[in-house]
Ligand binder design. Structure first.
Ligand code: IDP
Length: 137
């Protein structure tokens, strides 16, 4: 059993995709063990994406991710980390397999609707950044 951090980014929330994405998660069989909608403070965004600090798109990424509410989700299930990454599809929607969230709902790498932790270490770190222990079931 694994836990991972998933997020519906501001573009997904703004476009009204929250229910659709939560439905996919629940139909797949993952349990939602934490859920909240909020605007990410700038400092949290910079910490969350610290690994991209030196990349040319970092400023744009932080501006985007703080531009409106996100839905932060803690998921639990067998192989949830890789499984959720698979449901999202490749970072660039143009390379995402048909039927994945990014293939179905996104056109640009910058605004690609969802986030998912990429390893057990990232999942633990990101769940800790976004949820207090008492917010997780
Ligand atoms: P991931 O979200 O699929 O794990 P990462 O490479 O970790 O992809 O990048 C994190 C996020 O940064 C992406 O989801 C995307 O929103 C943004 N990003 C990545 N590469 C670019 C780029 O070349 N231009 C603009 N934004 C980018």
């Amino acid at each position: 059993m694994e836990r991972t951090f998933a997020m519906i980014k501001p573009d997904g929330v703004q476009r009204g995709l929250t229910a659709e994405i939560l439905a996919r998660i629940q139909r797949k069989g993952y349990r939602v063990v934490g859920l909240k909608q909020f605007v990410i403070p700038r400092e949290l965004a910079e910490t969350h994406y610290a690994e991209h600090k030196e990349r040319p798109f970092f400023g744009e990424l932080v501006t985007f991710i703080t531009s409106g509410p996100v839905v932060a989700i803690a998921l639990e299930g067998e192989n949830a980390i890789l499984g959720w990454r698979g449901m999202m599809g490749a970072t660039n929607p143009a390379n995402a397999a048909p039927g994945t969230i990014r293939a179905d709902y996104a056109t640009t790498t910058g605004e690609n609707v969802t986030h998912g932790s990429d390893s057990p270490e990232s999942a633990e770190r990101e769940l800790g950044l976004f949820f207090k222990p008492e917010e997780l079931l």
